[in-house]
Ligand binder design. Sequence first.
Ligand code: ADP
Ligand code: MG
Length: 474
Amino acid sequence: MGVTAISVWNNCLAFIQDNIQPQAFKTWFEPIKPVKLADNALSIQVPSKFFYEWLEEHYVKLLKVALTKELGENAKLVYVIKMENTYGNREPFTEQIPSSNRGGVSSQEMDVPIKSKNPELKNPFVIPGIRNIKIESQLNPNYNFDNFLEGDSNRLARSAGMAVANKPGGTSFNPLLIFGGVGLGKTHLAHAIGVEIKDKYPERTVLYISAEKFTQQYIESVKKNTRNDFIHFYQLIDVLIIDDVQFLSGKSGTQDVFFHIFNHLHQNGKQVILTSDKAPVDMQDIEQRLLSRFKWGLSAELQNPDYETRISILRNKLYRDGVEMPDDIVEYVAKHIKTNIRELEGAIISLIAQSSFNKKEVTLELAQQVVEKFVKNTKREVSIDYIQKVVSDYFEMDVATLQSKTRKRHIVQARQLAMFFAKKFTKASLASIGSQIGKRDHATVLHACKTVDNLAETDKQFRKYIEDLTKKFS
Ligand code: ADP
Ligand code: MG
C-alpha cells in the first residue's frame, strides 16, 4: 500500500503537534479530516470557512512545511469546507461579515465558492495569506476618548482603558471589566477603547457587541446547528468587547459558550473588555467559573461624577454644539442632576432645543422645569437631619441653635421652616419630626406647618425663603 490521504495527514499532524501549543492543536487540527490525495495535492475537510480563515492566517507556514516534508516541493493543499447549509443562511454572522462583493474585497481575492454544495478552496500556497473576511467592528466613532471627559469618578477606568488601548492583550488588565450604574459612561468608554485600538492597530479585529445580541446570535446558532461556527467566529477576534454582561445572568448556555470563547481568547493573548452594571461580587446567577475569570484582570468602577466633572461635561457638550448658555443655568443643571450623565446631557439638550425652537432666552425658571422632568423619577428622599442642616446653613446658624428653646423670632422661623419641609419632603410622622427637631411634640409641628402656610401668603420675604429652600431640596 502506498501513501494515502490519511497516512500523509497523520505524518503532518505529528509534525504540527510538536510545534504548537496542545490547546491550539486540539482546537484547530484535531477537527480536520483528510479526504483525498491526488498526485501531490492533499484535500482536507474543515468545519467552516472561519476555520479555514484561521488556519490560513495562523498556520499557513506550518502547514506548508509539514506538507512539503511529506509530498515534496510541489505539494498542494486543498481545503474542503464541510457544511450542511449554504453560506447564505448563516444568520449570526451576516452582519459582521460582508459577503465577497462587499467591503472592498475583489472577487478575485475571494476565491471561496459561496453557494456550491461542496465548496473547495483553492490552494492556499498559491494565494498565500488571503484574508477575505472583514469583520466590521460595530464601533461608534462618536464615542471616543477625546469626548470622554476625565474626572475623579472615572480616572481609574479611563486610564486602564487607555492602557489597554495602547497594548491590547499586553497588559494585566485582561479582561478589563468596567462597571457602574446606569448612564455613567460604560458603553461610551468601551467604544472609546475599541475606537482607539482600531486607530492604532488597524489590522486588528475588534468587535463590539452587547451581551444581549451575543445571546441572540448564540440561540440562533443553536437552532441552525451552527454552534461551532459561532464559536469559531468569536475565536477569530483580537479584541472582544461585550457590553452589559449582567444580561448573561441566568443564561447558562450562553455563559458556557462565552466561557470557552473567553478562555480561547485569553490563552491566545487576545483582549477582552466587558461592562456590567455591577461589580463581579454582586453579580447574580453568573457561574462561579465565569466570575472568577472576570476577576483575573481589572475591575474598574465608574462612579457618580462630581460637580466639577458634571460642569465640564455640560460645557463640553455646549461647546461642541456651538451653543452659549449662561453660567448660572449650567451650574443649576449640574447641581441638580448628579447620578446619571445621560440625564445630564438630556437636560441640556432639552434646554438647547427649547431655547432655539421657541426663540426664548433660557431662564433659570425654564431650567428648573426641565431639570424637574429629568430628576422626578430619581428624586431621593431627604432626611430630617439634612433638612435641618440646609435650613440652618441658609440662615447662617448652627443646628443646635435651630433646635434650641429660644423664642427669638428668626430662630423660631427657621425651626418652623425645618418642620414644614420635613413634613413636605419626608414620610415621617408629626410626632417623629417633632422629636427630631429639638424634642417638640406633634402639636408644635402642626402649628409650625400652619404658620408657614400663612406667612407664605402674607409675607413676601418669607415666601422668598420658602422658594430658595425648596430649590435646595429638589
Ligand atoms: P452607560 O453605558 O453606563 O449606561 P453611556 O456610556 O451610555 O452609559 O453614557 C451615557 C451618556 O453619557 C452618553 O451620551 C455618554 O457619551 C455620556 N458620558 C458618559 N460619561 C461621559 C464622560 N466622562 N464624558 C462625556 N460624556 C460622557
Ligand atoms: Mg450602556
